[in-house]
Write a protein that binds this ligand. Structure first.
Ligand code: NOJ
Ligand code: NOJ
Length: 451
């Protein structure tokens, strides 16, 4: 607890000290609210491209510099998980019908991906929009993909269970057979059998053991084990759980007591060899995408707070746009030694989805703090830090609300792949986290008035 308190303070004071100029700069308080319908529209536009399968999700319409006109298993799963949330939250019959159709198409396309003959099997990172495997040199395998897909499918199954009478659809998703023919069980078997193998990280650059990958693998197997038990597939349920327990132990090795950070990669084998800090926003993304009720690493654990603080300090230092005298929240990149600018390797930039991830992290932390009596009073300030990071994205966004992958570190202009699908998914998860934080903060404020 003492540790935790210390890190909340550090986060709060270090950030507020250089964010003071923000008020002069912000233009629209509710930009996120303005952006949400745009994000939904633009995200959906990237699903089912005209020249491809209706269930393919392009990472971006950009076909050169960089060419992102592919279905990436990771980006697609994160996007479709957001579509599933939209489905769960929708009250309109026609919307519900459309979302469900999209999800079913995505599942059909993913089954084709699973059955395609590829260079590395289920860890294959990306496919052409017609489902053909991409066989040119690439950082492969990337083993977070099947875990993220399993998490999305499990989320859809939650929806089907609540709806009731959907047994035949659920059974197609998880068939109890071994070897399995169904999307979910195939992915869970893959995760349970391969998590010990090194793979490429979510940035497709380093072969090793990654915190991000393990966080999402852990979540997939814990939830998968519970679901397998519900389906009376007890042997599988035990097996998934035992693997999950081991992943949990392996995750602990990422914490570095000396540097007080979660190291992003252990057992480096190949790939980018200049990431000396081992400090990467991927760890925070791992917590956002992988946290569940049994996680050790959560938004509010002191290890996470210390890592988040180091990341913010680092990015604040290295990007010229963060030095702007009236700048709002810090623009966040992938890791400090990054060189990828979307086209060449002339220096890394801040990214939209990583800045939004840091905002979302603060909204979630703010909501958590309202539950701890002694820390409640900090929740509003932590919430403000989230707002400032959103304002940062707002400042660099195109006026029509469209968002590219990166923000040029000198000029502040949007750069690299345009209309990155993952950005729009990140807008929605960030918005939901904000909405929830607002509710929790209002709740505790009204309680303290009535106390
Ligand atoms: C393209 C990848 O998508 C990007 O993440 C990476 O930095 C470069 N290739 C270099 O491997
Ligand atoms: C490069 C990113 O590093 C990777 O995470 C992503 O999957 C691809 N671009 C496609 O968006």
């Amino acid at each position: 607890m003492i540790h935790f308190l210390k890190f909340v303070f550090i986060l709060f004071f270090s950030i507020s000290s250089y964010a003071h100029g923000f008020k002069k700069w912000a233009t629209k308080d509710n930009w996120l609210e303005f952006e949400v319908p745009i994000a939904i529209k633009k995200m959906l536009k990237n699903i089912g491209p005209e020249d491809g399968h209706p269930g393919a999700v392009i990472a971006s319409p950009s076909r050169e510099n960089p060419d992102y006109y592919f279905h990436w298993v990771r980006d697609a799963a994160l996007t479709m998980d957001v579509v599933i949330e939209l489905l769960k939250r929708s009250h309109s019959e026609s919307e519900i019908k459309d979302y469900r159709k999209l999800i079913q198409n995505y599942i059909r396309f993913s089954i084709d991906n699973q059955n395609a003959s590829t260079l590395t099997g289920l860890g294959e990172p990306k496919f052409y929009v017609d489902g053909k495997s991409y066989d040119l040199p690439w950082g492969r395998p990337q083993n977070d993909g099947p875990a993220l897909r399993a998490i999305a499918v499990l989320n859809y199954i939650e929806y089907l269970k609540k709806l009731g009478n959907q047994e035949s659809e659920i059974q197609k998703l998880y068939d109890n057979h071994f070897p399995s023919q169904s999307i979910l069980k195939k992915d869970l078997e893959f995760v349970a059998n391969s998590w010990q193998n090194s793979s490429f990280d979510l940035w497709e650059e380093v072969l090793g053991d990654h915190f991000y990958t393990r966080m999402v693998q852990h979540k997939a197997l814990v939830l998968g084990s519970k679901f397998a038990a519900e389906r009376k597939d007890y042997g599988a349920s035990d097996w998934y759980l035992r693997q999950a327990q081991q992943i949990k132990l392996a995750l602990n090795n990422h914490w570095d007591e000396q540097t007080l950070q979660i190291n992003t990669t252990l057992n480096w084998k190949a790939g980018v060899d200049y990431k000396h800090s081992n400090l990467d926003i991927a760890t925070i993304l791992g917590i956002l995408h992988g946290q569940h009720s049994e996680s050790e690493f959560t938004v509010k654990s002191s290890k996470t707070l210390s890592t988040a603080n180091k990341l913010i300090q680092t990015f604040h230092q290295i990007y010229p746009i963060n030095k702007h005298p009236n700048a709002s929240g810090t623009a966040i990149g992938r890791y400090s030694e990054d060189r990828y600018d979307g086209h060449h390797f002339q220096g890394g930039n801040p990214w939209v989805l990583t800045t939004l991830a840091m905002a979302e992290f603060h909204f979630k932390l703010a909501a958590e703090l309202t539950q701890i009596k002694s820390l409640r009073k900090y929740s509003k300030s932590i919430f403000e830090i989230g707002n400032q990071m959103v304002a940062r994205v707002q400042f660099h966004a195109h006026p029509d609300g469209s968002l590219s992958e990166q923000i040029d570190r000198y000029s502040g202009y949007m750069t690299s792949a345009d209309n990155l699908t993952w950005n729009y998914a990140a807008i929605l998860t960030c918005f939901w986290a904000k909405q929830n934080a607002v509710l929790e903060i209002q709740n505790y404020l009204s309680q303290s008035i009535s106390e």
